[in-house]
Design a protein around this ligand. Structure first.
Ligand code: MN
Ligand code: ZN
Length: 340
């Protein structure tokens, strides 16, 4: 079978690889039908993801059909349409015991530490698969994964109806978070970004206010918009150098600041900005078994992922897809690789 391998940073190759065999206990063999391109895949391709190891078959937003099942499989049958969880964990470390396998001490993320979804077949335990809603195409279904990331961030932030929420960044991550934050009916949802078009879209998708961070001081404006108090939840979905400090400056007393970035450039930050307001600063990494939650939200009609995909490329044209992504064409929302 064919796969897309990042041999080393900036070196993408279509390779031949042995088709995986299922282990006869709990594995299912999934024929991949669509796989999303995510910012982190681009980061691994360009050598900007400190967690990644090379060479690597990347891709962690992967959906397909079950085409073979092991003897011990009980939840799935051949022909089921599934999405595969990217998180694999040891199951017994402190984090795993606390129900947080997404930060397992021996975390192995598909497409990052172990081979991922840009290949024709994957053999995975059935417990890592979730049945797709009939209403979603394979391509749109890749959006379930980014949505799980948003659910994770909102859960870490403990958003309630009493909160004023600020989302810094209206890109792919920020707009997924906006989609989920709305479901908590907070008092305000403020979105900050540097692109007017994205701010306009945020308003169309439920933001109550927007801040143009090119022309406005984000912390000052965020305070104005919340009667001087400051947003009680700030989610940093922009993750650039300086955004963490901005997030802490924006947050109101007793608020929560959620970090999602993997940047290693230091932000200069003093303790006062955190201690004086008794902020909770919480990381949100990947997702903690949130796929069923998202699938249920789709089933209840709370979210609609149809029509999310802006561009499609055949997986063996992955080089073209990544090159196109690098153009940062404003029409890009989500690129998917297709397999037939
Ligand atoms: Mn992703
Ligand atoms: Zn563990």
């Amino acid at each position: 079978m064919k796969a897309v391998k990042i041999v080393k940073p900036d070196d993408l190759k279509i390779i031949d690889m042995e088709k995986p065999a299922i282990d006869e206990r709990d594995n299912v063999l999934v024929k991949i039908r669509a796989a999303g391109i995510c910012g982190s895949d681009v980061g691994i391709y360009h050598g900007k993801n400190a967690a990644a190891t090379y060479p690597r078959v990347i891709g962690h937003e992967m959906v397909g059909d079950v085409v073979e099942i092991g003897g011990g499989v009980t939840k799935f049958k051949v022909g089921d349409r599934v999405i595969i969880d990217q998180v694999t964990a040891c199951g017994h470390c402190y984090a795993c015991r606390k129900g947080r396998p997404n930060v397992c001490a021996d975390l192995q993320v598909r497409g990052v530490h172990i081979d991922g979804g840009y290949r024709e077949y994957m053999a995975v335990p059935e417990s890592d698969c979730y049945r797709l809603p009939d209403s979603l195409s394979y391509e749109d279904a890749v959006m379930i994964e980014p949505t799980t990331i948003a659910v994770q961030a909102c859960s870490r932030a403990q958003v309630t109806f009493e909160d004023d929420v600020l989302i810094i960044g209206a890109g792919a991550l920020g707009s997924s978070i906006l989609r989920i934050v709305r479901l908590y009916h907070p008092r305000k949802i403020i979105v900050a970004d540097i692109e007017e078009g994205k701010l306009k879209e945020a308003l169309e998708h439920g933001a109550t206010d927007v801040i143009d961070s090119r022309t406005e001081d984000v912390a000052e404006r965020a305070h104005q918009l919340t009667d001087g108090y400051g947003p009680t939840v700030v989610i940093d979905a922009a993750c650039f150098k300086g955004s963490f400090l901005t997030a802490c400056q924006c947050a109101g007393n007793a608020g929560r600041v959620i970090t999602m970035g993997f940047g290693v450039d230091p932000d200069e930050i003093n303790q006062f900005v955190i201690t004086s307001k008794e902020l909770d600063v919480r990381g949100s990494r990947l997702q903690n078994r949130r796929f069923q939650t998202v699938i249920d939200l789709i089933g209840q009609g709370q979210i609609d992922l149809n029509g999310s995909i802006s561009h499609r490329f055949y997986f063996q044209d992955a080089q073209k897809a990544f090159d196109f992504n690098d153009t940062h064409d404003p029409s890009i929302r989500k690129i998917v690789l297709t397999f037939d």
